[in-house]
Design a protein around this ligand. Structure first.
Ligand code: ATP
Length: 249
């Protein structure tokens, strides 16, 4: 379904006159099957979000390509309605002047022009799917808790019935108990809607909860990949260090 092929990315080093470039991603190759939940775990600064933005077609790689069902993700038509994302920073993920209703129906409007009454039914259905109800329709982002705001972001992300959802640190800034609720919700939606997840995080615990397979990512490179049931068999020292929070080697 998703193929990341030999992707390279550099950014210009900080400093206004700097011509030097910092290598962020090197030779990243990843394949993902339909229906799979793939975790990408790595330390802060390892390039996970950069890879996420390239997979979403928001940024271009310097080399290599990303294909979705064989077509380049740079083409908006390939992404529209099929690929969605939820990011860590739910407060800036939606316009503070928009109500929850407007936030959720924006992607649907881009895809098809539904009638307003059809739209309201659809948005209420989406709210129920993520554990909220119609009392949220007219609320603004500042009237929501972190967990509620992230539920609204998830409702928006699934509103176009995507086949693929990229979750970039989607639970990381929530309290532990709210994290568990959102992980449960994601797991439930994945089964109900048969969505494939690419779950980017630094938190190995949430990966073990949600993912079928994990890729360990260090300094912009894939260092190891393993099925979730074989986590205790990782070979790489970096992977072992990240796993030490959940497994004693
Ligand atoms: N637009 C940009 N311009 C220049 N440098 C950037 C840009 N975006 C990211 N970087 C740099 O690229 C490196 C990787 O950042 P990235 O956000 O991809 O890592 P990450 O693994 O997702 O980290 P975190 O979990 O902390 O978000 C960092 O050194 C960062 O400063």
């Amino acid at each position: 379904m998703l193929e990341v092929k030999q992707v390279y990315k550099t950014y210009r080093k900080s400093g206004f006159f700097s011509r030097k470039r910092q290598q962020i991603l090197s030779d990243v190759t990843i394949e993902m099957r339909k229906g799979e939940c793939l975790g990408i775990v790595g330390e802060s600064g390892s390039g996970k979000s950069t890879l996420g933005r390239i997979i979403l077609g928001i940024e271009k790689p310097d080399g290599g390509e990303v294909l979705y069902f064989g077509k380049k993700v740079n083409d908006r038509k390939v992404r529209l309605g099929h690929i969605s994302a939820v990011f860590q920073d739910y407060t800036s993920s939606f316009n503070p002047h928009f109500t929850v209703y407007e936030v959720i129906c924006e992607p649907i409007m881009l895809q098809a022009k539904n009638r307003r009454e059809d739209m309201e039914v659809k948005v209420v259905d989406l709210l129920y799917r993520v554990g909220l109800d119609e009392s949220y329709l007219k609320k603004y982002s500042h009237e929501l808790s972190g967990g509620e705001a992230q539920r609204v972001c998830i409702a928006r992300a699934i509103s176009t019935n995507p086949d693929f959802l990229l979750l970039d640190e989607a639970v990381s800034s929530l309290d532990v108990s709210v994290q568990t609720q959102i992980l449960k919700l994601l797991s439930q939606l994945k089964n109900e809607m048969n969505i494939s997840y690419l779950f980017i995080t630094h938190d190995i615990q949430s990966v073990t909860y949600l993912c079928d397979r994990v890729i360990f990512f260090n300094e912009g490179r894939v260092v190891e990949q393993v099925n979730i049931e074989n986590l205790s068999q990782v070979q790489n020292d970096y992977s072992k260090r990240l796993l030490s929070a959940v497994i004693a080697f």
